[in-house]
Every structure is written in C-alpha cells, then in structure tokens.
Design a protein around this ligand. Sequence first.
Ligand code: 5GP
Ligand code: MG
Length: 189
Amino acid sequence: MKNNGTEKAAESCNSKNRFTCIFDEKEITARIGAVAAQINADYAGKNLVAVCVLKGAFMFFSDLVKQLVMEPELDFVRVSSYCGQTESSRAVTITKDLEVNVQGKHVLLVEDIVDTGHTIAFLTNHLQARGACDVRVAALVDKTERREVPVKAAYVALNLPEGFIVGYGLDYKEKYRELPGIYLVDLDA
Ligand code: 5GP
Ligand code: MG
C-alpha cells in the first residue's frame, strides 16, 4: 500500500503529535508553478544558470527546473555554516563548489529556506566574485521575520513566520527529506 506523507511522517516519529502538515503536495505544486511562470517571464531570451543549494533544495530544484523554458544550465553547490560567538556572526564555507562558468551570466540561486540570510548573502557574493552579471534567489520558503542580514529573495514559493520544518527536501538530522509535504516539527514533543 502506498503511504501518503502524513502517514509516513507519523510512522517515522515516536509521537504522532510531533508533525503537523502545513503545506501539502497540492499547494507546493501550485506555488512552484506560479514561481516558474514568473521566472520564465523575467528571463525570456537570457542565459540563465540555475544553481541548486544542496541538500535541502534538491526536490524544489527538480520540480522547478522541469518548468523552465529558457534551457538553463544547471549546477549545484553545497555549503556548511557554523555559528560564531553571537547569533549574527555566522561563518559560511563552501564544501562543494560550482562547476559551470558563470562569468557574464544571469544566475538563479535555488535555496530551500532563507532564514537569517547569511547563507544567501555569502553565496551571492561568491557568485558575483565569479563574474555573474546578475544573481537572484528563488526560495522554497521565506522566513522573513528571522532575517539578520538584509537579503531578499526575488522569487518565493511559500512564507513561514517561524518554526522548524521538514519534508520536501528539508531534514531533521538527515531524515524526512523524502516526505512529499512540508511539516512543522515540535522538537520538544
Ligand atoms: P540562513 O538563511 O539562516 O543562513 O540559512 C538557512 C538554512 O538553514 C537553510 O538553507 C536550511 O538549510 C536551514 N534551515 C533554516 N530553517 C530551517 C527549518 O525550519 N528546517 C530545516 N530543515 N532547515 C532549516
Ligand atoms: Mg540550505
């Protein structure tokens, strides 16, 4: 029998109250369709490199790029971030760099969640230093209220004021990425 996301999520936890579905597959698909249409309109006739920020954005990236019509080049980066002594000092390092040459090209960074903004600020600078003529961000989820760095995602599929979420690529300790919906996790349950 095929499990739906809710059943899978409940099964993978000790407590069934721990996960609450906040965006189901249908809503995610509809929102990504709207974001893809905006991107197709904005980049018509331009050279685009779409860059997936691993690992969390993999599912969003794959559903998004299937709908892009400008034949983008695709690439992947991976970063890790370490908290400094204060909340706002965050060191971001690249653990898997770009392979495509972005010199003189438009780049769309495809990120799972823009939270404090440190990751996106760092990657935008990195891409500009590599010669990208324009860098924009497409975010699956925007947590605007938690921003520490003034960055803005040009394309946002879903908004969430606060809370920790998993599913649709997003993990908790490397689990739950496979879930088709997005769930709010009660980490204290
Ligand atoms: P920031 O914008 O704070 O530099 O980094 C955002 C990154 O933190 C995201 O790419 C994501 O990997 C992680 N993150 C932030 N909020 C959540 C969340 O609610 N769930 C999960 N799984 N990861 C999160
Ligand atoms: Mg991430």
